[in-house]
Design a protein around this ligand. Structure first.
Ligand SMILES: O=C(O)CCC(=O)C(=O)O
Ligand SMILES: [Fe+2]
Length: 359
C-alpha cells in the first residue's frame, strides 16, 4: 500500500532567535525515551499571569471534566466528575479573546521556539511546521491546554499517542499526531505532601535507538526491555510487520511475518515464536486504561520494582515553573491523587509531527 507524506497547510518556517534554549543533554534524554525535567523554565511574572488566567477561566466555567478516553464508551457514559477527574481548558480556547490572551500568546511564542529547537535536535523536521511568525502558525501542529485538578482528583496511567493502526477507522485520517508532550506547572511552592506528583514510567535503561517512531512508523512495543519495536504498515497487500533496529542507521530487522492487524491489537502473537517472551507491547489494555476502562489499569498497583516490564519510575513535583518533556508515543505516566486542599494547575500540550496517510 503506497504512503504519501501529508502536506499540511501550515505557514513556512522563519528563523527566530531562541530565548530559552534547553539545557545540555535534554535532547538525548527525550530521544532515549527518558523524561527531561527543567526547573524555573519561565519567568515568575509570566507564571503568575498564566495561573491567574487559568483561575479566571475556571471561575467562568470554561473548563470541562475529562480523564482518559475509553474508546469503548461514549463520553457521557464515562461519567467524568469534577471532583475526581482532571478538567481541561482546550486548544480552541487558547487563542480566544477571553481571559489574558496576551499572557497565553507570550507563552505560546515561547513554546513555539521550543518546538523548533526540538525539531532540529530530535531530527523530527515536521515538528517545526508552523514556526513562522504569523499568529495562526503559533497554533499549527500544536495542542495547548490548561489542566485543573480539584483536591482528590487524579489521572490514570496512559500514553498520549498511539500507532494509527491501533486507533480504529479514524486512525489514519488525521493530518498530524502527538510527538512530544510538554507540561509547565503553575503552582507556587507545591510540597510533596500535597500529592499530585506526575509519575512517569520510563524504561529502566535509556534506548540506544531513538524512540517513538522510525521513518514515520510508530513504536508499538519493546524487545528485551529497552529496544524499540516499530510497526511498518506499508507492507504489500495492505499488510503490516514488526521490526527493530540494532543501532541508529542499521537495516530493519523484521520480527514477524507480514500480517493484517486486528483490534484490539495483540502484536505478541504475531512475533516469530522465539521472540515472544522478550516482547512487551505498549498501547494495550494492560498498560493503557484508554482500552480497558476510564479509572484504572490492572497494572496500576504493581510497584515498579516488581514490574515485569523492566520499567523505572520517576515522580515529578508539579512545582511552579518546572518544564517536563517526553516522547508522546512511548512514555506511560499518571497523576497521583491531589491530597492538598488547593487545586493543582498546569499548562499542558503536545507538539505534533505530520502523519502519513495510507492511500
Ligand atoms: O497534569 C499532568 O501532570 C499530566 C497531564 C497528562 O498526562 C495529560 O493531559 O495527558
Ligand atoms: Fe498524558
Amino acid at each position: 500500500m503506497a504512503m504519501l507524506p501529508f502536506l499540511a497547510g501550515c505557514a513556512a518556517i522563519a528563523p527566530q532567535p531562541l530565548s530559552h534554549p534547553l539545557s545540555p543533554g535534554a535532547i538525548d534524554t527525550i530521544a532515549a525515551g527518558q523524561v527531561h525535567v527543567e526547573r524555573d523554565w519561565i519567568s515568575p511574572k509570566l507564571l503568575s499571569a498564566l495561573r491567574r488566567d487559568a483561575q479566571g477561566l475556571h471561575e467562568n466555567g470554561l473548563f470541562s471534566a475529562d480523564g482518559l478516553t475509553n474508546n469503548a464508551k461514549s463520553r457521557d457514559e464515562q461519567g467524568f466528575q469534577e471532583k475526581y477527574d482532571r478538567q481541561t481548558f482546550r486548544n480552541d480556547g487558547w487563542g480566544a479573546t477571553t481571559g489574558n490572551l496576551a499572557a497565553r500568546l507570550e507563552f505560546a511564542q515561547l513554546m513555539q521556539q521550543l518546538k523548533k529547537e526540538l525539531a532540529v535536535g530530535l531530527g523530527r523536521p515536521t515538528l517545526a511546521s508552523g514556526s513562522g511568525s504569523s499568529l495562526e502558525s503559533i497554533w499549527c501542529h500544536h495542542e495547548m491546554t490548561y489542566n485543573w485538578y480539584e483536591p482528590g482528583a487524579s489521572l490514570g496511567r496512559h500514553l498520549d499517542e498511539h500507532h494509527e493502526e491501533t486507533k480504529g477507522p479514524l486512525g489514519w485520517s488525521r493530518p498530524s499526531r502527538r510527538s512530544v508532550t510538554w507540561l509547565v506547572y503553575l503552582n507556587d511552592d507545591w510540597r510533596e505532601e500535597e500529592g499530585g506528583a506526575l509519575r512517569c514510567f520510563p524504561r529502566a535503561s535509556p534506548s540506544v535507538v531513538p524512540v517513538g517512531a522510525d521513518d514515520a512508523n510508530l513504536q508499538v512495543g519493546w524487545l528485551a526491555g529497552d529496544c524499540p519495536v516499530f510497526l511498518d504498515s506499508d507492507r504489500p497487500d495492505a499488510q503490516s510487520a514488526l521490526y527493530c533496529l540494532a543501532h541508529v542507521d542499521a537495516k530493519r530487522q523484521y520480527l514477524s511475518p507480514d500480517f493484517i492487524p486486528t483490534r484490539p491489537a495483540d502484536f505478541g502473537k504475531v512475533l516469530f515464536p522465539p521472540l515472544r517472551d522478550h516482547f512487551q507491547q505498549i498501547s494495550t489494555a494492560r498498560l493503557d486504561p484508554r482500552f480497558a476502562g476510564a479509572r484504572a489499569a490492572p497494572s496500576e498497583n504493581i510497584p515498579p520494582s516488581e514490574s515485569p516490564f523492566n520499567e523505572g519510575s520517576l515522580d515529578v513535583l508539579p512545582q511552579a515553573g518546572t518544564l517536563v518533556l517526553f516522547d508522546s508515543v512511548t512514555l506511560p505516566h499518571k497523576v497521583l491523587p491531589v491530597t492538598s486542599s488547593r487545586q493543582r494547575i498546569a499548562a499542558t500540550g503536545w507538539f505534533h509531527e505530520e502523519s502519513k496517510v495510507l492511500l
